[in-house]
Design a protein around this ligand. Structure first.
Ligand code: SF4
Length: 700
């Protein structure tokens, strides 16, 4: 009986569909902004409700929302106003977009970044500034004018909001009496005295959010956060707070400014990017300032964090001449901020560590299954790494999870749909094969027996998630050594899963013949028995598995076939033998023993590539997919996961695949929901077995 179809979770493709409607923007209240800096309005632990989770997964619009015009003003032609929400300006392109933040009245730096854009042939309509055109530096008026004349897009910063409304301070939300508060009072008074009504009116009309749709990936560009213009979102700001913003924004990612430090990270597969600012260095001990270029590509979004050198000495001299705070003039030259009041501990510790420009490849992709509100969101820091470097290039192969030794972005595989859940029943085996990739033996219990209750929990989770899983695969060790094994088969069949068992068909299985047949006859369903037969000759098979193993396996195969069970064989490509030669050899063997197995059917006779741990294996980079004409979706970890129970562990864990049960880098969660993120192909097996070997353990 086929398992009833479950509704599929959002696929990777859905992740890129643009959100349809955007929530209205709350006006920012001064008292509220004040409390933001003291941390009072920073978000607590993630507390996303069911609706928010749905929104995260599907990016759905609220019913009754309509499009307004690009600046968020109402469009009378769109219909009755009560149905119209403020929709952000939208830039849709598949060309590179340049983003920078905080010109801060630094005319030299502003001109330099716009010059770079011209050199790179990026027109104004593909340039976005994240706000704070005016702040610490000496040329507020000229900088506003250069920005306005350039006709680039600008998001309102808190400095624009304050100047436009005639507020008494910059609205950065610094703690009263802190160094930042005192220093900002000086430059704010300076700018406030120079900026005229026309320029303030321009500021007042700036949008608080601009959306960019880059090759189908939708990003919301804001100043501080989605709701609070002056919230500081640093790389180490709790991810739950950012996830709540992402949830509300209904986009694949947020580009924010305000905090002054560039970074890129993903949170549960959503992107958070800060291009940095051009008006002040990044507190890294160099006078360089930062901006980004975002380029859509077939494999995702390329984000280049670029350092900009400009005439910082001239800008600093003008600040001193204007009597502005020495600390900031000094910062332009030394690259160190005069105060770290607002910085979290990690950012503070990185003060003076020079950043290295770098390019990363991101694929915003929200998780295909429900998030677990009880756990912290998963964060991946893409740039800079903990040392301020984009990646440890020039290192040995398989060392850096994000980069190959050749400095290319490492390939990764997204889970498109969990079709097969593998269960490792434990590594104990009745025999010890010479080349067992998992080193099973009568003594190896590194993976303990997986228990019936453990399995029940995961099957329940599959149901809860409405995952499209239709196959449960069992591998070991030898699964029939696990005392719960028959009960686990029974559980899976009773829940209408197709069951695939990898066995050596030797004594552990034979001693349970009667019980196995009884389960199958009672429950029906699909039970596929795949028997390992390393070679079709007795000599080669026994060489791998020990004397007598071949005859025992053939006997077991014949019994399975006689009993009416569906049998298949897992062979190995040994030495220089071609696939065709191997299939011919197995064909003769099957015919000789009357085994009902089609040797030409790759699902009935699976021939796995040889795994040679001594071979120098190439790494798989993002570029390999197109070079090999291959899709990441065809790789085993795109549609399966394996659950294991480590010796001494109380709880099972989910690993990426059957091939890597021990490597902790491939242990990707405790629940299926937590393990639904992409897998980086940072292991020789990924190349040898899956990508170049083209193999998969699954029965699909
Ligand atoms: S070895 Fe595992 S993680 Fe690596 S590509 Fe294959 S299935 Fe994915």
């Amino acid at each position: 009986m086929a398992r009833p179809a479950a509704s599929a979770p959002a696929s990777g493709g859905e992740a890129f569909s643009p959100a349809c409607a955007i929530p209205a923007h709350r006006g920012s209240d001064r008292r509220e902004r004040r409390s933001s800096a003291s941390g009072k309005n920073r978000r607590g632990p993630c507390n996303l409700g069911r609706g928010a989770l749905e929104h995260l997964r599907h990016g759905r619009s609220s019913p009754g929302t309509r499009r307004g015009d690009v600046d968020g003003r109402l469009d009378p032609s769109a219909g009755s106003f009560d149905l119209i929400m403020r929709i952000p300006a939208t830039i849709a392109t598949d060309q590179p977009v340049l983003i920078f933040g905080g010109p801060y009245g630094n005319l030299e730096a502003t001109r330099a970044v716009l010059d770079d854009a011209r050199r790179l042939d990026i027109p104004p309509e593909r340039i976005v500034c994240t706000g704070d055109v005016v702040a610490y530096c000496a040329d507020p008026v000229a900088t506003i004018d250069v920005i306005r004349e350039s006709a680039i897009h600008v998001v309102m910063g808190n400095c624009e909001e304050s100047l436009a409304s005639g507020a008494g301070d910059c609205g950065c939300g610094f703690e009263p009496g802190s160094s930042c508060d005192r220093l900002s009072a000086a430059w704010y008074a300076f700018a406030d005295g120079l900026v005229d009504a026309d320029r303030r009116a321009w500021m007042a009309n700036l949008p608080r959010r601009i959306d960019i749709v880059l090759g189908g990936i939708r990003l919301a560009v804001v100043h501080g956060g989605l709701n609070d213009i002056n919230v500081f979102n640093f790389a180490t700001t709790p991810a739950a707070a950012k996830l709540a913003e992402l949830s509300a924004a209904g986009v694949d990612g947020i580009v924010g400014g305000h905090c002054g430090l560039p970074f890129t990270q993903s949170i549960e597969g959503f992107l958070w990017h800060n291009p940095g600012v051009v008006g002040l260095p990044a507190n890294d001990g160099t006078p360089r300032v930062w901006y980004s270029i975002l380029t859509p590509s077939a494999s995702g979004l390329r984000i280049a964090h670029r350092a900009l050198e400009y005439g910082h000495a001239g800008a600093a001299a003008k600040m001193r001449a204007a009597g502005l705070p020495e600390g900031y003039a000094d910062a332009l030259e030394q690259g160190l901020w005069p105060s770290c009041d607002v910085l979290p501990a990690a950012e503070c510790a990185a003060r003076g560590v020079p950043l290295e420009a770098g390019e990363i490849l991101c694929r915003p992709q929200w998780r295909a299954v429900a998030l677990d509100p009880a756990r912290d969101p998963r964060v991946e820091h893409h740039w800079p790494d903990s040392h301020g470097r984009p990646g440890a290039r020039g290192t040995a192969k398989f060392e850096d999870p994000a980069w190959t030794a050749a400095g290319e972005p490492r390939a990764e595989v997204a889970l498109t749909a969990l079709r097969t859940l593998w269960v490792n029943t434990g590594t104990l085996c009745n025999i010890e094969c010479r080349n067992c990739y998992i080193e099973s033996s009568p003594r190896n219990d590194r993976l303990a027996y997986f228990r019936l209750d453990d399995l029940r929990d995961y099957l329940d989770e599959i149901d809860r998630l409405r995952a499209p899983t239709d196959e449960i695969g069992f591998t070991g060790g030898e699964p029939f050594m696990n005392p719960d094994f028959l009960a686990m088969i029974e559980l899976c069949l009773s829940r209408s899963f197709r069951v695939l068992v990898l066995t050596n068909a030797m004594r552990p299985m034979r001693r349970l013949e009667k019980e196995l047949l009884s389960v199958v006859r009672r429950l029906g369903g699909i039970l596929l028995m795949r028997v390992s037969l390393d070679h079709y000759t007795r000599e080669r098979h026994d060489e791998e598995r020990g004397l007598g193993a071949f005859d025992a396996a053939i006997d077991g195969l014949k019994w399975l076939a006689r009993s009416g069970l569906t049998v298949s064989v897992a062979g190995r490509s040994i030495g220089t033998e071609s696939d065709a030669e191997a299939r011919l050899g197995y064909a003769r063997l099957f015919a000789k023993h009357g085994l009902p197995i089609d040797p030409a059917d790759p699902a009935a006779l699976v021939i796995f590539p040889e795994m040679d741990g001594t071979r120098d294996v190439p790494e798989i980079s993002e570029g390999c997919w197109s070079r090999l004409g291959m899709s990441p979706d065809s790789v085993m970890c795109a549609s399966s996961r394996m659950v294991v129970k480590r010796r001494g562990s109380e709880r099972p864990a989910v690993v990426a695949c059957t091939l890597l049960p021990y490597d902790e880098a491939f242990e990707i969660g405790g629940t299926l929901a937590a393990a639904s993120g992409p897998v980086r192909l940072n292991h020789p097996n990924c190349a040898q077995f899956c990508v170049l070997g083209g193999a998969s353990c699954s029965g699909h």
